[in-house]
Each structure stands twice: as C-alpha cells, then as structure tokens.
Design a protein around this ligand. Sequence first.
Ligand SMILES: Cc1cc2nc3c(=O)[nH]c(=O)nc-3n(C[C@H](O)[C@H](O)[C@H](O)COP(=O)(O)OP(=O)(O)OC[C@H]3O[C@@H](n4cnc5c(N)ncnc54)[C@H](O)[C@@H]3O)c2cc1C
Ligand code: FES
Length: 243
Amino acid sequence: MKTDNAVISENICIAADVFRMKLKTSIADEIKCGQFVNVSVPGYFLRRPISCAEASDGEMTLIYKIVGAGTKQMSLMKEGETVSLFGPLGNGFPMLDEDILLAGGGIGVPPLLYTARLYREKGREVTVVLGFNRKEDVILEDEFEALGCQVYTAVMDGTYGISGTVSDGLDACGCSDRTILACGPLPMLKAVSERFDKGYVSLEARMACGMGACMGCVVKDHDGSSYRVCSDGPVFEIGKVVL
Ligand SMILES: Cc1cc2nc3c(=O)[nH]c(=O)nc-3n(C[C@H](O)[C@H](O)[C@H](O)COP(=O)(O)OP(=O)(O)OC[C@H]3O[C@@H](n4cnc5c(N)ncnc54)[C@H](O)[C@@H]3O)c2cc1C
Ligand code: FES
C-alpha cells in the first residue's frame, strides 16, 4: 500500500446523489476487486474509505454517494485537480475457478462491477442481482450487461424491474447453487448469509486509520475473537463473523 497523488480525469453525477470519479493513479495497476482506497478530502483529517469500482491501464474508478460533508466535498472536485489516495486496502473478493453469483445493494454495487469484469475475463458465467430503493437510484445495470452478465434488478418501491429487495431478485435468478459474493447494507448481508452457505460478504464499518492500527472497525466471530474490517476484511466468508 502507498500514498499517491492521483489526478481526477472525471467527476460526474450518474444517479441521485451518486457520483463517478475517475482517477489517474498507479494504485489502479495494483488494486484487486473488493479492495478499497482511503481518499483524502481537503479540509477533513480522516480519509474516506471508497471501494474500487473499476481499474485498468493506470486509471481507477470510484463510485460514491453523497451522505455527509466529506462526500459532498468530493463531489465538488474538478477534472485536473489532484487527490491523495492511500491504498490498496483490505483483502478483496476471492477469484474462484467457478461461475459466480454477485449480489449488491445500493452503494454496495460498485465493487461488484470490477469483480464481474475479472470473472468474465476468466470466461466465467456471472449472474448479478442488484437492489435499490427507487428507480432513480439504479446504477451500473448497463455496465454489467455490457460485460455479458445476466442481471436481475429489484427495486423496493416497485417502479422498475423486480418489485422488492435483493432477496426477491435472488428468488428470481435461480442460481442458489452458486457461490455468492455480496456487498450492501447489513440487513441485506444478513439475509444473504441466512440463505447461502457458500459465499463471501463485504462489510462496511466506520473507519479511522483504515490500515489495522486503531482497532476502530472491529467485528467479532462466534467465539468472541476480534477482526478488523479494514485489514482482515472487508470481505469475510459467510459465517465467519457475527453480523
Ligand atoms: C471498506 C469500505 C468501502 C466503502 N466503499 C464505498 C463506496 O464504494 N462508495 C460509497 O459511496 N461509500 C463507500 N463506503 C462508505 C463511505 O466511506 C462513507 O459513506 C463516507 O466515508 C462518508 O463520509 P462523509 O464525510 O460524507 O460522511 P460523514 O458521516 O460526515 O463522515 C464522518 C466520518 O465517518 C466516516 N464514515 C461515515 N460513514 C461511513 C461508512 N459508512 N463507512 C466508513 N466510514 C464512514 C467518514 O469516513 C468520516 O470519517 C465504504 C466504506 C467502507 C468501510
Ligand atoms: S480503521 Fe483502524 S483498525 Fe480498522
């Protein structure tokens, strides 16, 4: 892991309160799917953890939602400005030699795009179940389809796609024999963990250092042992830690 002054090549709104930032950075050539970077936002001491949504040829994409002051500030940054990144951080999703099922909820969807591309490049079938609250929140559906993934999109308010949650999308896709890789809000990850024995979930936690030093992001396993989401995770095998 290292610090790099990345140059912003794009920072645009792609859905309600959701932005796509592309950055020229050497971290793009090292980062694995499911890993994240810590972004330094001018005026804020703590860096913000954001997952890698795509990476190739010295360019990395971050897709982030405005939820507070730091992400608001990120959305105001312009093409050509530099931003300090620290990474790659975390363990990332495993690259298994099998067809795969991906499940993403809301702003948990972006890291699955990079994951899907790498599995497709290995010649694997990839089925993707996406879940959002409203039609305006839907992101990356076209990008997954362009990769040749089978995509099932569920929207809670019934205005688009399958009516309901990611669980309803999982019912519709009929791939419950596959290993699942999931990222999204905790209730979604709990539902996935109750339903699948084989798979991995990517957790979110409030983070400070982001590199295993402060113990600010600890989760426990069923025996009470501690794991740091930032450095032992964010990806854990289903059943490993208590959700
Ligand atoms: C491993 C990981 C990957 C993530 N990937 C993405 C992503 O790809 N896209 C995206 O939109 N969001 C992602 N998040 C969540 C993102 O980090 C927070 O939304 C962001 O830090 C909020 O910052 P803020 O200043 O806007 O909000 P504020 O609430 O003002 O933040 C205050 C402080 O809390 C921390 N914080 C707040 N919410 C979170 C959170 N959910 N997780 C961790 N720290 C938080 C901030 O870093 C900051 O230090 C990820 C979080 C983690 C842990
Ligand atoms: S954020 Fe410091 S140990 Fe994880």
